[in-house]
Design a protein around this ligand. Structure first.
Ligand code: PMP
Length: 390
């Protein structure tokens, strides 16, 4: 077994596809230390800079009350939610989320990965169809694989294709799940949720939107792209994650009462895992009262993202999207790794994104920006990329 694995790892190395864990020391304002050197972290997802805001984190820890230490701030839940790992903190957080999203219920899972591998196997049956965007995240793909339903992946953002498929096949299936991300994680482009809602209504579908990269960031209150595009109430399963703009851990789905109860009874990734640490739930509850008012940070993030994208385009670099995720297309995996390495030499911590995360031939640099970044910090980046690629 070891020999076989060693051979596989060698092949990955040769193709520029081998992955390694790197040890980082986080600092404030998206600075990180790696191997004794200081870098600007352009590969994180702390889009509002909250997890790396010492003042905010201090305020949070100062709010800890000795009397409630075990009840509210314990480091571990000690059991699954369905055993003894549930608490009033979960109820408070879920009630708060349901109020913000105007949904009947919200249900919290341990991570975006847990939620996405849990929902479809719990809700979709053999008689159902799952229609999903080709560029959906690995966690959604794994959820589809674990379900018994038939799966069709449509070309990225090709909504005409969805209509064609549905015109031909809708009648053959009991329920159809239409699955998309809102801000796509690797291209930074946006779904047209208004059009997807129209398709949902027309063909009587269940619309499932993963807003992992949009919560905190898009919409007036940072509820996500559905808020920005005015369709919040018409999405059946609206998923957000807490590991990115929320600077914590976990994920939630805003949904109906009956779906929430169905998931509590049938989602294996909720049932068979230890609950979230209470201290983390408290952080999320704390932020749920702060993030909706962070309009200035969202505006700032939008401005710095537009500025970087414009700078790349002016130099003829191949970028795209319309969000805080800014890709620069390279193509070849080994070349992408080499370019990322040269940028690190200049103090920019950037990851080359390669297959299987993205399709073969579309390896890229992926810059993910944060509201605390300044134009001065990023000023030399577009020229640097241009000269490395020349
Ligand atoms: N959905 C999308 C679109 C993601 O990009 C990610 C994380 N990269 C996840 C879900 C998984 O979320 P988590 O990190 O909380 O497991």
């Amino acid at each position: 077994m070891h020999k076989r694995l060693a051979g596989r790892l060698e092949r990955l190395e040769d193709e520029g596809l081998r992955r390694n864990l790197v040890e980082l020391i986080p600092g404030p304002n998206n600075r990180i230390r790696v191997g004794g050197r200081d870098y600007l972290n352009l590969a994180g997802n702390d889009y509002l800079g909250l997890a790396a805001d010492p003042g905010l984190v201090r305020r949070f820890y100062d709010s800890l009350d000795d009397r409630n230490l075990l009840e509210r701030f314990a480091p571990g839940a000690r059991a699954s939610r369905l055993m003894t790992g549930n608490s009033s903190l979960y109820r408070e957080l879920e009630t708060r989320l349901a109020t913000l999203y105007g949904s009947e219920r919200a249900l919290v899972f341990n991570s975006g990965y847990h939620i996405n591998i849990g929902i479809l196997p719990a809700l979709a049956t053999r008689d159902d169809l799952i229609l999903a965007d080709k560029l959906c995240h690995a966690s959604l793909i794994d959820g589809m694989r674990l379900s018994r339903a038939e799966v069709i992946r449509y070309p990225h953002l090709d909504y005409q294709r969805i209509r064609t498929i549905l015109e031909q096949k809708r009648e053959r299936f009991d329920q159809v799940f239409l699955v998309t991300e809102s801000i796509f994680s690797m291209d930074g482009d946006l779904a047209d949720l208004g059009e997807l809602v129209r398709i949902r209504d027309e063909f009587d579908l269940c619309l499932y939107v993963d807003e992992a990269h949009a919560v905190g960031v898009a919409g007036r209150q940072g509820l996500g792209l559905a808020e920005e595009q005015n369709v919040s109430g018409r999405i059946d399963l609206l998923v957000g994650t807490f590991g990115k703009a929320w600077g914590g851990q976990g994920a939630f789905v805003a949904c109906s009462d009956i779906i929430a109860d169905g998931l509590i009874n049938q989602a294996r990734s909720l049932i068979f895992t230890t609950g979230l640490p209470p201290v983390n739930l408290h952080w999320l509850l704390f932020l749920s009262h702060i993030i909706p008012g962070m309009e200035e940070k969202r505006d700032r993030l939008r401005a710095i993202s537009a500025w970087l994208r414009e700078g790349l385009l002016q130099r003829g670099l191949r970028t795209g999207g319309n969000s805080q995720i800014v890709p620069v297309m390279i193509g070849d995996a080994s070349r992408t790794v080499a370019v990322a390495e040269r940028l690190r030499e200049a103090g920019f911590w950037v990851n080359g994104v390669r297959p299987p995360t993205v399709p073969p031939g579309t390896s890229r640099l992926r810059f993910s920006l944060s509201a605390t970044m300044t134009e001065e910090e990023l000023a030399t980046l577009p020229d640097r990329i241009e000269s490395v690629l020349a």
